[in-house]
Design a protein around this ligand. Structure first.
Ligand code: NAD
Length: 515
């Protein structure tokens, strides 16, 4: 099979009326399907448990997006058995055949691109470009990992000696559990599943209870693409019924997790225990939170910096692991940049994702409560210069919020808020800015806006982040272009969308034959 070189999926230009019109048609089509019931998917079969999670539209919580079956222990056992059964044949296929399955899946999702995006607008409150970008990224993961898998199929270098042949090759691990977050409900879910799958593993996906319907749509695509039964299984349900149980299961071979620091650390600890009957160490990939900083020095293009900060801080309501939550400005340009930044933030529109507002609702009531706690704390710790409130009405809206003169030790400068809230900090100079940026336990993304070559080079070496952006926004990593994964307590640095990712889900075997 020959494949054209990988390129990222193109996203529509929503400044064009025709693109907006096409998106609205997709929304209308999906609106007619809201409120349906969905089963679990185990071994290629629909399993209905009669109890359901209810998924609602964050912008209008009275609108039910869908009901997804709740799995419990019996369904975990069934899914484990189905994934183990499927593994024998799936693992034995040549890499190219599994790669073809991903290319087919990408084609199915591409044909359904706007429809899938529209589901995300309803379920996750993503506006048009954010939702389409998430679907595009899911497609990119399939296309990219298919190509990387073919590359990986090349035998590893042999070290043969006279009279003996030595061969090393990679094999899949077995059945893994995929645990994605809700904030990229298709891209991270799909990427975390198809990566392990293309190299021969089988998986049980346990999506976030906040976005089960997007997960259901992915499973529809998997079926449409003709994946063999049991290769990709879906268990939706409550965290209390599924989280620890799947992680602790003695037959789980690996866990591919993306989510908060708290949950990640819990998984890391639990997965380290070897349970009776478990004959292996569980491999764990953990990608967690961030407290991402953008540094602006006195030589920077301040208009560019203000635009990058507004985009990085408030895109998808600040609910990206890569979102800028700290804007660190050196003293000399602090007042000037703060004003330009506020002028940009003021122009952001707040309203329903369905109407493509810049900032829509946050994911759920829990998020509103958590963010509101930080808004209160922030008013005690710093100077509120914009927003700061939840808006009236039933949607989960929080105003784009900016706190200024935030001390580096303030709670709002240290903890991940995961909402439309930015802390602006003043640094004495560039050295001080670097020191502040590195002062949290997180190390996911970061950025520097500067015209000083030496400073940009220093940032490359000294900023403790997995993804560093210079003179641009700090969100929007592209598959195959910016492999993604953090340092420090932001994660195990698995670098999704990069050339080494698939290797994490394989084991290497060396065989020596004496002739
Ligand atoms: P979360 O930790 O609450 O949940 C993540 C996943 O873990 C969900 O599927 C959830 O259902 C599941 N879960 C919850 N308790 C569990 C348990 N005890 N055992 C096993 N699984 C359990 O995070 P979230 O709110 O869904 O997502 C937001 C977080 O994810 C933020 O911290 C964000 O920074 C992070 N994130 C990181 C990246 C990255 O690449 N580093 C990308 C996106 C999001």
């Amino acid at each position: 099979m020959s494949l054209v070189p990988f390129t990222n999926e193109v996203i529509s230009d929503y400044s064009l009326a025709a693109a907006r019109e096409a998106y609205r048609r997709a929304l209308t089509e999906v609106r007619g399907q809201l409120g349906s019931h969905y089963p679990l998917w185990i071994g290629g079969e629909a399993v209905d448990t009669g109890e359901y999670l209810t998924s609602v539209d964050p912008c209008n919580p009275d609108q039910v997006v869908g009901y997804s079956a709740k799995a419990k222990q019996p369904e975990i056992e069934k899914a484990m058995a189905a994934a183990e059964r499927a593994w024998r044949d799936w693992a034995a296929l040549p890499m190219r055949q599994r790669a073809r399955a991903l290319i087919k899946l990408a084609a199915v999702m591409r044909r359904r691109k706007l429809e899938l995006a529209a589901w995300e607008t309803f379920e996750a409150a993503k506006n048009y470009p954010e939702a389409e970008a998430d679907v595009a990224e899911a497609i990119d993961f399939c296309e990219y990992y298919a190509r990387q898998a073919i590359r990986l199929a090349t035998p590893l270098p042999d070290f043969s000696s006279p009279g003996e042949s030595n061969e090393s090759f990679l094999s899949p691990i077995g059945v893994g559990v995929v645990i994605p977050p809700w904030n990229f409900p298709l891209a991270i879910l799909a990427g975390s599943a198809v990566g392990p799958v293309v190299v021969g593993n089988t998986v049980i996906i346990k999506p976030s209870p906040a976005t089960p319907i997007t997960a259901q749509k992915f499973l529809e695509c998997v079926q449409e693409a003709g994946f063999p039964a049991g290769v990709i299984n879906l268990l939706t349900g409550e965290d209390a019924d599924l989280g620890d149980q799947l992680v602790d299961h003695p037959r789980t071979r690996f866990i591919n997790f993306t989510g908060s620091l708290k949950t990640g650390l819990r998984i890391n600890e639990r997965a380290a225990r070897v349970h009776p009957g478990q004959h292996w160490l569980k491999r764990v990939a953990l990608e967690m939170g961030g407290k991402d900083a953008l540094i602006v020095d006195e030589t920077a293009d301040l208009d560019l910096a203000a635009a990058a900060a507004a985009q990085s801080g408030f895109g998808f309501q600040g609910q990206k692991c890569s979102a800028m939550s700290r804007l660190i400005i050196v003293d000399e340009v602090y007042d000037e940049l703060l004003q330009r930044f506020l002028a940009r933030v003021e122009r952001l529109s707040l309203g329903p994702a369905e109407d493509n507002h810049d900032v829509a609702a946050v994911i759920n009531q829990q998020a509103v409560d958590k963010i509101s706690g930080y808004l209160e704390k922030g008013q005690r710790e710093a100077r509120l210069v914009m927003g700061g409130h939840r808006t009236a009405g039933s949607g989960y809206y929080i105003e784009p919020t900016v706190f200024a003169e935030v001390p580096p030790s303030a709670t709002i400068a240290c903890e991940e808020i995961f909402g439309p809230v930015v802390a602006v900090l003043k640094a004495d100079d560039f050295d001080h800015a670097l020191q502040i940026a590195n002062s949290t336990p997180y190390g996911l993304t970061g950025g520097v806006m500067s015209r000083e070559r030496i400073r940009l080079e220093r940032a490359r070496r000294e900023l403790e982040v997995g993804n560093l952006y210079l003179n641009r926004k700090i969100t929007g990593a592209l598959v195959g272009v910016q492999p993604f994964g953090g340092l420090k307590l932001s994660g195990s640095n698995s670098k999704a969308g990069g050339p080494d990712y698939l290797r994490l889900f394989t084991v290497a075997k060396t065989v020596s034959e004496r002739f």
